[in-house]
Design a protein around this ligand. Structure first.
Ligand SMILES: Cc1cc2nc3c(=O)[nH]c(=O)nc-3n(C[C@H](O)[C@H](O)[C@H](O)COP(=O)(O)O)c2cc1C
Length: 257
């Protein structure tokens, strides 16, 4: 095991964007940094919901991983030296727990320890829009020296895929800890790859398609339906959903419109 400066605690809580935490661990696998991973219960749930990975696969990406109920784990103690902790992604529930010192699971306890030891804490807070409660908790933490790092994408490097956006965000998070991924193929390529300009016909037509779909969705009233009993070919009664407009036409003309 290494010394404190080579250890980073990685918390993954139940906000959307759990792939950010997964990619962060993958990047660190090639570095000299030891990763100490803790998932919250809801972080594990979002992992299954949003990614093709299971918990065990992601735990194997870390140097060590701990169960969220295990408050006897080393990261629960300030005497276990680390360079700090990143919670990526970080739910607003975890923000509230950390801001108010509720160390009732290992993720929150580890963050509490990082705070009391005045080490670096980076919270990749993912929620939108934000309530006064969220903003007040974040301000409180920021005033304690915590870095509030919402995973807001940048577009000046012309990302072409979601993975481009994820990679760029992960590299910016690692910059917070001065972790340079020298010799890592991909960083330069992924963050500064020359992409098509916004004026290119392909991008323009994709953008037009997306915006058309968006405005169509905004302007189409939700279709209202009623459930109607119907007999199937074997004489069984099932129910079908008929649009109210279609029913109105049936009533007016005697046939389905
Ligand atoms: C698929 C999914 C996505 C979620 N996305 C968010 C989110 O983006 N931000 C957030 O604050 N909570 C989100 N939640 C709700 C949190 O998981 C929930 O508040 C939970 O109690 C957080 O607990 P934790 O901070 O201990 O992980 C999401 C839940 C699920 C199941």
């Amino acid at each position: 095991m290494g010394n404190g400066s080579s250890r980073l605690i990685v918390g993954i809580s139940g906000a959307t964007g759990v792939i950010l935490g997964v990619r962060l661990l993958q990047v660190l696998q090639d570095s000299k940094v030891e990763t100490h991973l803790v998932f919250s219960k809801w972080g594990a749930r979002t992992l299954i919901h949003e990614t093709p990975y299971n918990l065990e696969q992601v735990q194997k990406m870390a140097t060590r991983s701990y169960a969220s109920q295990d408050e006897g784990a080393v990261i629960s103690s300030g005497s276990f030296l680390t360079r700090g902790m990143v919670v990526c992604p970080c739910s607003v529930r975890s923000v509230a727990a950390i801001a108010n010192g509720h160390g009732d699971n290992l993720l929150h306890r580890a963050a509490d320890v990082v705070l009391k030891e005045r080490r670096k804490l980076v919270l990749v807070v993912r929620e939108t829009p934000l309530s006064d409660v969220h903003l007040e908790n974040m301000l409180k933490l920021s005033r304690m020296g915590v870095t509030i790092f919402p995973p807001v994408p940048a577009f000046y490097n012309h990302p072409r895929t979601i993975d481009d956006i994820v990679a760029q965000t992960v590299m910016r998070i690692l910059d917070q800890f001065d972790i340079l991924n020298e010799g890592k193929p991909g960083r330069q390529e992924r963050t500064t790859r020359k992409a098509e300009t916004l004026e290119s016909p392909r991008i323009q037509s994709r953008w037009r398609r997306l915006s058309r779909r968006y405005f169509q969705r905004c302007n189409t009233p939700p279709q209202r339906t009623v459930s109607r009993p119907k007999e199937d070919s074997r004489g069984r009664t099932t129910s079908v959903h008929v649009s109210i407009q279609r029913l109105a036409n049936t009533n007016a003309t005697g046939t389905a419109g």
